[in-house]
Write a protein that binds this ligand. Sequence first.
Ligand code: PLP
Length: 416
Amino acid sequence: MSATVPAITYNVDLVRQDFPILAREVRPGVPLVYLDSTATSQKPRQVIEAVTRYYSQSNANIHRGIHTLAEEATAQYELARANIANFLGAQTPRQVIFTRNTTESINLVAQTWGRTNLHRGDVVILTEMEHHSNLVPWQMLATEFDLKLEFITVTPDGLLDLDEYQRLLSLTPKLVAFTHVSNVLGTINPAKDIIKMAHDVGAITMLDAAQSVPHYKVDVQDLDVDFMAFSGHKMCGPTGIGVLYGRKSILESIPPFLGGGDMIKRVKLRSFVPNEIPHKFEAGTPAIGEAIGLSAAVAYLQNISMEAITAHEKEIIHYALERLEEIPGIAVFGRPAAHKCGVASFILQGVHAHDVSQVLDRDGIAVRAGHHCAMPLHEKFQVPATVRASFYLYNKIDEVDRLVDGIYKVKTLFKS
Ligand code: PLP
């Protein structure tokens, strides 16, 4: 083995003790090696306990009740919003809208800002590396409103072609919507520059931060982004809770998304007056326990520090890339490592990605195989599917070794 084992920046063994699931065996005698955090992360007991505490002590519907539990639940839900706003560097908690996930957050923008601001022939710039969540909502709108979708191409190294972006900006787009970090290539895009360039031509920006907020310190004011979306479940929080951050003036100017309770100030039989932000965008009973769980997740990540988490993942991915590329017949997508987060997607010559994943699972190694909701990107690289190993704050260097050993086993089995 030629790769050097790097130093770890915090005690991963202690962190792992916080995640009950990491102690389980997939089958008797086969411990879990969880390398699928890009799909969803595991949850520390601090989050599980926060959700349990809420349901055991304070569960009630929010905003409408005057009794003690309703007041406690409301206070905890709104405190969660404030904590998340603080985590993002937002000016006010009112800019944090709770949704179900990244997908819903992006659809909210498409159906509210998009419907009122995009017109026939308007140009929307996306990229070839988008998750379907940041493609399909715009395709749906493009069909209805006859919009022109343009795409920043991806270079063979898995980076965005920024010269081409510069050329596309001459079309004076109304919107530039792009992913901060690719869930397939792991590429970290220069979001601040992309946003600045968009603003210079008067475009609004929508950042898909599903894969960045869990792993990096993301400051919305520093980025100067107009809309940003992410999911709680990818950052140690519960499923069913996501966030849309928005520029205050824009949020105030656009219509509500869904209609119903809580999003109104007044209702008559034939009309309604929408509520203030953020409630205007939160129709019906929200995911209260999940928002409280997400706030606990944010506190957990902050306690370790986002900088330490980023540094840890950087070391793991450097090591993983070195080790993976030792394997004959493997092709890893998205280089170079300097622009990459903790994601390694690869193909193994002569073996289908699903078979690789299935064989690895026998050794308890959980990776993802498929198109990872980025079919156009896979088409571009002319592969139907890749195997994706992804790393988070709780992964260890020896898990990379187990992955590599597992891949050699696959090669032996398939004689590849
Ligand atoms: N965007 C990116 C870059 C993602 O990786 C994902 C999920 O993998 C999503 C959007 C969609 O997230 P969700 O399914 O939580 O809405």
